[in-house]
Design a protein around this ligand. Structure first.
Ligand code: SF4
Ligand code: SF4
Length: 460
């Protein structure tokens, strides 16, 4: 049994067991947490003020005394919310005939360039809509409580590694040998997958252009998130697993930067807030394809993973996009579109900034994110996340259908203390989406599945 298979098809009890002591405490304290869930909104004005102060301290820099004062247990005794998973097996499975489409995603490079020239991308939460960022983050204090010290240590380490002007200590190997060495190192560090893409300023947020001057390669690192925790989304446990995965991936990335420094190359490590779009790089590096949920679908874990980038001036050999059959799987599935409680997802693809994709309705998604531990239902109900592509291919070859589609096992979720099976969605009132903080966002009507069926794919 491979490392990846070990984490498939676990029952909820097994998954919680894997989280160790913390998992047991989590289960035993369920009734208390339910009371807290009800009581916290009553004290929100108070919580908002205290978290706001800590949040402001956090933004002032990770060296502020607040974080230094938080003690941490010796490594073997620290609580973990996710087990350390191993690297994914190399992908070699051919895509079934009926699911083949195109490598990566379709794009119009001239339209992409024109969009970049007209308006470079900006950091959504910190710079474009800071009030919305503040609003979303106010809810993560419970998820971040145990993880924050580890997250802060990792942030400090990547900040220091990014500032380093290395002196060459060893003669570097040839580009292809260096690329293989870096990928091997990533797998030894137990990252799930590592790829290389060419640097592209189009994906960089405008606020951070200067930091990567002279860099022409990007190392894409992916780390799988805990399987059991993700299946409980939206929940504190799932959100905590996300933050914990970020801490792990950043810590491991520092080792990759140290290897590049040894050969005299610079490395700029992106942090948890993100300084560029990660998905285009991951697609370019052949690590997955874009799903209708707007996320990267990786072959073994769908979008249940975190992606982090290291840009460098090392002459690494870039990988190529791969066809995993994701576009056709999505066309046959649409579970995320049907199940999103906010009707924020569409199955209708169009060119957006030169990329052929379905566009998320941000104004509908953001209130759900802010009020429900980062939501993530569109990841949880995705069959690629739940079963992995090999099982989906097997089912498609046998029956011509998508594994789990329409079943409560895949599509059911708990939201606001109630279970919603297939065909049921929470009724969110109009007022839910009309808060003043959202007024800056455009608010197009949600697309329907009927509209989706009329979408016409561009000629290739
Ligand atoms: S995070 Fe939640 S609200 Fe946002 S698109 Fe996904 S399912 Fe919908
Ligand atoms: S849920 Fe279905 S449609 Fe949505 S991203 Fe996953 S495979 Fe694609």
């Amino acid at each position: 049994m491979t490392e990846v298979e070990k984490y498939r098809g676990k029952s909820r009890a097994q998954a919680i067991g894997e989280a160790g002591l913390f998992g047991m405490l989590y289960t035993l304290t369920a009734p208390v947490r339910r009371v807290v869930d009800v009581a916290v909104p009553l004290f929100r004005p108070f919580a908002w003020k205290s978290v706001g102060a800590l949040g402001a301290a956090s933004r002032a820099g990770w060296w502020v005394p607040y974080f230094r004062l938080i003690p941490s247990l010796p490594r073997p005794f620290r609580f973990r919310t996710n087990p350390v998973l191993g690297p994914w097996p190399e992908w070699s499975r051919p895509v079934p005939e009926g699911l083949r489409s195109y490598p990566g995603y379709l794009s119009d490079p001239s339209a992409e360039d024109a969009a970049f020239a007209a308006k470079p991308l900006r950091d959504f939460l910190d710079h474009e809509y800071p009030e919305i960022g503040e609003w979303i983050r106010r809810g993560i204090w419970r998820s971040g409580f145990f993880v924050k010290p580890r997250l802060q240590r990792a942030l400090r380490a990547i900040f220091e590694a990014s500032q380093l002007q290395p002196q060459r200590a060893e003669k570097p190997p040839a580009p292809d040998a260096l690329t293989a060495e870096i990928k091997d190192l990533g797998l030894q560090l137990r990252l799930s997958a590592v790829g290389v893409a060419a640097y592209d300023p189009k994906y960089r947020f405008k606020e951070f252009f200067e930091d990567e001057a002279g860099h022409d390669r990007v190392i894409v690192c992916i780390l799988e998130e805990n399987y059991g925790a993700q299946q409980t989304a939206p929940s504190v446990r799932s959100d905590r697993a996300t933050l914990s995965t970020y801490a792990d991936i950043m810590t491991r990335q520092v080792k990759i930067a140290e290897r590049l420094h040894r050969y005299g190359y610079r490395a700029y490590l992106h942090d948890v807030d993100g300084q560029a779009l990660t998905i285009p790089y991951a697609v370019a590096a052949g690590l997955g394809q874009l799903g209708l949920n707007g996320q990267l679908l990786t072959p073994y874990a769908g979008s249940r993973c975190r992606i982090m980038l290291i840009s460098t001036d090392a002459p690494l050999v870039p990988d190529s996009p791969v066809d995993y059959g994701v576009p056709k799987i999505c066309d046959n599935c649409r579970a995320c579109v049907r199940r999103c409680p906010a009707k924020a997802l569409s199955a209708k693809r169009a060119f957006y900034r030169g990329v052929w994709k379905a566009k998320l309705n941000t104004a509908r998604c953001v209130p759900v994110l802010a009020n429900n531990h980062d939501c993530d239902i569109c990841t949880t109900v995705c069959p690629v996340q739940r079963y992995g592509l090999p099982a989906i291919y097997d089912e498609f070859e046998r029956t011509g259908s998508i594994l789990g589609k329409g079943t409560d096992d895949l599509e059911g979720y708990d939201f606001g203390g109630r279970h919603y099976g297939p065909g049921q969605r929470p009724e969110l009132l109009k007022e839910y989406f009309e808060l003043p903080v959202l007024s800056q966002l455009s608010r197009p009507e949600p697309d329907t599945e009927q509209a989706a069926s009329s979408s016409i794919e561009p000629a290739r």
